[in-house]
Design a protein around this ligand. Structure first.
Ligand code: PRX
Length: 649
């Protein structure tokens, strides 16, 4: 089992839970355990009730069809359009002049869109897509910076019934290519380049070669954001601005079935090939709408800032679909927390009077390291609620966040969930749940999470086991795009009838969940999921590499740092130059987030007799732990020599 960075997990008797502050509780969406009770009494009735918060053009016949597990259907025969729920209905309810998106660029440029303005933009872009021949069921890929056009494009896809596949802007052109090929996208929406710490990173220009190998792409729409040079290809490349100039401002949302695909989002798994996680329309929207309302205690005057990139599930669910379906005002920022200065986020909190702030533990640990004077120099008094997501938060970081950002008065919602779950699954409800630093606390109402042992039986309090979900939930993934076998094998074979999350966890006497991190070969680097096999495949793709094994070494800020052990081909000598080259090669194949922090050359890798690389041993070497049992190794001497080489490095 992978150790998490949460080494200093408090045992429950060491923790004094933080009670919800009285004034917070007084005006909270949820003030008592009524919601839990309701869901416990009848889960399906609870979810049906939640679905009533959305506008359906035709009501469902059945809440859940579980007759063909693990292929579940929610809100069967219900008809709905996601963009209509995120925009039109708020305007009908008199919120047309309310800000939907407030944006600031890295250079300090600003923009905002009211709900009425958002509707106009989304309608225009829906017409653009339709003119280009995009219709129900077609896939559109987005590879974009964090700019409002990305949200407009996503919502327009849902309006015309197209399936979007958003690829994180930091992924390399090669990764983009793989995802386009897998999803067979007809249209790519991208930008000339992205602003990054005062520099311009070219996008379309850099992807030119990769796109030559993407025959499905008929049109590329380019937002001119950064002024980066590119050579437009006649007949294929179109400027966003040109297309929008003449587009019609009316567009009737296409009625979608609750189970029509909404989006594909690629995520790393235990093989070299990312998984195309498929989410559908009705259940997903019910899930994110409900969790955004209750977990973030939605209030009409909130300025909600989720710092994730739109290219991850957190951006999909809690920048776009959750908050906009609740009529919230979403703040969106293009840049990083440390540019031009390390107080950039706090400057923005002060300027925009952010009320709810949702970020990742890796960022919190960086803030801690940079020093308290950065947040202290800014007025953070608008904040009323904080959130954390992406990895276990160590109690030290939790306490710092609570004291230095929340000033002791903001509850922290530590939210556990996954790309696959679509919505937050284990989380406090900030007006009712006493908080224990480092614990994501309890399952959201209507969610049946459990910790089980090897046999699939519930673990005893304090006993480490595996996190599973025992019954379907509305925003669950429906399958892996065109790969049902992998869907079944990855999630449903470990414990028949239970959804396997891939995480280790334990529960304390009060039923609080403590998540320990992945138990499979998936790393969590700065809150991002990266498969060890993906990085290994990228390494062996280099001409000098014979074999590679990649592990995550516990890292103070990032959670895990990628460490690679590499065997070179006959006659190739390891060198500093080659280390640099290999790191750059992985960056090129996958993206900067997957670049190994360390690369070690070794003449052989430790393997079991059946030839499986023993990553556990490599982890122990990298973290300088006792090696434990090495008797099943093919050649136990290999470990000693790797250890020597590692020490000498
Ligand atoms: O290991 C868990 C960790 O992130 C994984 C999911 O990664 P991804 O699909 O990229 O989605 C991240 C954002 C939802 C999980 O399997 N994880 C996520 N949130 C937490 C967490 N681990 C502990 N505590 C959390 N709050």
């Amino acid at each position: 089992m992978t150790e998490s960075n949460n080494k200093d997990i408090f045992s429950e008797d060491q923790v004094k839970p933080f009670q919800p502050p009285e004034d917070f509780k007084a005006s909270a969406q949820v003030k008592d355990d009524g919601l839990y009770k309701k869901a416990e009494k009848d889960k399906l009735a609870f979810w049906a009730d939640m679905a009533e918060n959305l506008d359906w053009t035709k009501k469902w016949d059945q809440v859940l069809d579980d007759s063909n597990p693990p292929y579940f259907k929610w809100f069967v025969n219900g008809k709905i359009n996601v963009s209509a729920n995120c925009i039109d209905r708020h305007i009908e309810n008199g919120l047309g002049d309310k800000k939907a998106i407030v944006f600031e660029g890295e250079q300090g440029d600003t923009a905002s869109l009211t709900y009425s303005e958002l509707l106009k933009e989304v309608n225009k872009f829906s017409n653009v897509l339709r003119e280009l021949g995009v219709s129900s069921g077609d896939t559109v890929t987005l590879w974009m910076p964090m700019i409002p056009e990305a949200v407009v494009a996503m919502l327009a896809c849902t309006r015309v019934g197209a399936v979007h596949s958003v690829v994180f802007g930091g992924f390399s052109p090669d990764s983009l290519k793989d995802r386009i090929l897998d999803s067979k996208s007809k249209v790519l929406i991208t930008a000339d380049g992205a602003n990054r710490k005062g520099k311009v990173l070219p996008m379309i220009g850099a992807a030119a070669e990769a796109l030559e190998d993407c025959p499905s792409i008929e049109k590329v729409i380019i937002v001119e954001r950064s002024g980066a040079d590119y050579d437009p290809i006649e007949g294929r490349d179109l400027r966003w601005e040109d297309l929008m100039k003449d587009a019609e401002e009316d567009f009737s949302p296409v009625e979608m079935d609750a189970e029509d695909p909404l989006f594909i989002l690629y995520s790393s798994g235990t093989t070299g090939k990312p998984k195309g996680i498929l989410h559908t329309t009705g259940g997903y929207l019910v899930g994110v709408n409900t969790t955004h309302r209750y977990v973030f205690d939605h209030r009409d005057d909130d300025i909600f800032w989720c710092t994730a990139d739109i290219g991850w599930i957190t951006g999909h669910s809690y920048i776009v679909y959750g908050p906009l379906s609740n009529g919230s005002t979403v703040f969106m920022y293009e840049g990083t927390p440390d540019y031009p200065k390390r107080d950039r986020f706090w400057e923005l909190v002060e300027k925009y009077k952010i009320t709810v702030f949702y970020t990742a533990p890796t960022a919190i640990r960086s803030f801690m390291r940079w020093g308290n004077h950065f947040p202290e120099g800014r007025d953070l008094s608008s904040l009323r609620l904080l959130g954390s997501v992406g990895e276990p938060i160590n109690p030290e970081a939790w306490l710092w966040y609570h004291e230095h950002i929340g000033k002791g008065k903001c509850p922290i919602v530590d939210t556990w969930w996954q790309t696959e779950t679509g919505m937050i699954m284990i989380t406090p409800l900030p007006g009712v749940t006493p908080l224990k630093p480092g614990s994501a606390t309890k399952p959201f109402p209507g969610i049946d999470a459990e910790v089980v042992d090897d046999q699939g039986e519930p673990s005893k309090p304090g006993q480490r086991g595996f996190l599973v979900v025992k019954s379907p939930w509305p925003a669950m993934l429906r399958t892996l795009y065109e790969d049902p076998d992998r869907y079944e094998n990855t999630y449903w074979k470990q414990y028949p009838g239970l959804y396997f999350t891939g995480d280790g966890a334990w529960k304390d006497e009060q039923g609080y969940f403590w998540i320990m991190g992945r138990v499979d070969d998936v790393l969590n680097v700065s809150g991002h999921r990266i498969g060890t096999m993906e990085v290994e495949s990228a390494l062996v793709d280099h001409r000098d590499v014979a074999e590679a094994a990649v592990i995550g070494k516990v890292h103070e800020v990032k959670g895990h740092a990628i460490t690679a052990f590499v065997t070179l081909k006959e006659g190739v000598e390891g060198s500093e130059e080659l280390v640099k080259e290999l790191k750059a090669h992985v960056g090129k194949k996958i993206g900067a987030i997957a670049r190994p922090e360390e690369v070690f050359f070794t003449y052989e890798l430790p393997k079991t007799r059946s030839g499986k690389i023993m990553r556990r041993l490599l982890r122990d070497i990298a973290e300088q732990r006792d090696l434990g049992d090495v008797t099943t190794l093919m050649d136990p001497d290999v470990v000693a020599s790797i250890k020597e080489e590692y020490k000498g490095s």
